[in-house]
Design a protein around this ligand. Sequence first.
Ligand SMILES: [Zn+2]
Length: 302
Amino acid sequence: MYSSYQLQGDVAMRKLSSFAASLLRAAKHRASAWLPAGSSDTELPAQWRSWLDQHVELRARLPEALRLRHDSLVLEFVARKPFIGCAGLDVTEQMRVVIAGHACLLVLARGMRAYSHVREILLYPGQFVARRLDAVGDGLVHEHVQVLQGESSSLGQVVLSWADVQHSTGFGHNLVVHEFAHQLDQAKGRANGAPFTVASQARRQRWATIMSREFEQHQRNAALGEQTLLSHYGATNPAEFFAVCSEVFFELPQAMRYVHPAIYEELSQYYGLSPAEWFGAAVRPVTLPHIQASAGGARPIW
Ligand SMILES: [Zn+2]
């Protein structure tokens, strides 16, 4: 059910998944539809534009028609999707707008219907703890905790750390894009890296062939500790691979098109977008940031 950014784990702990706990909180604190006073159906408040310009770098590069489309989607997202503060967090207008700004990049072409199954966004002030139970055979379970920046469930819930939303963009990373890519993948149920609800058999087969080949190559590169454009966390499983590829597709699209043209083409068709075109002719200098820390190192696993 879960896909997550895991920072550390494996400490024996008690029961109750974070999702079960959050459902209880959600029942108590369900948010109502929300919009700022005085906003029109089509125009963002100046303060919202300022927040988006500050936090959603790609927005400034959108062609005019897509930027207007993004504005409309942000308004709709903020109005429709409940945000629930956790661990005492008071969810502010800025938090809603910034998260909506990132999330709506993924549905610029697909539209808000692609998020129709997204029920709510739970927001923590910082990283949060999720307790896990893993079956280890003979009826035994192993309990452990993970400290997470984000989490996405197939029941339509996204959990985010606000501190990490603000600091997880750039160098090919974007926490919100990662978790909402999982949501697109989970629209059909369990995430498996093939985010299709309706697609032809030929389309699915092409995706499976290309993405499987690229995933297996990425696993080999990661196992060898090679420097890669895609985070080694994407080698975890096909669902994480799709989410990590989506981060790079939106954050470093020119680099992805150059280094992984087949993945770029598949994601471009899936998202209905070609973000590499928004950067003009100049290729941004890229320093590959994804050299993984040695075991026990401080660098987060993405
Ligand atoms: Zn993930």
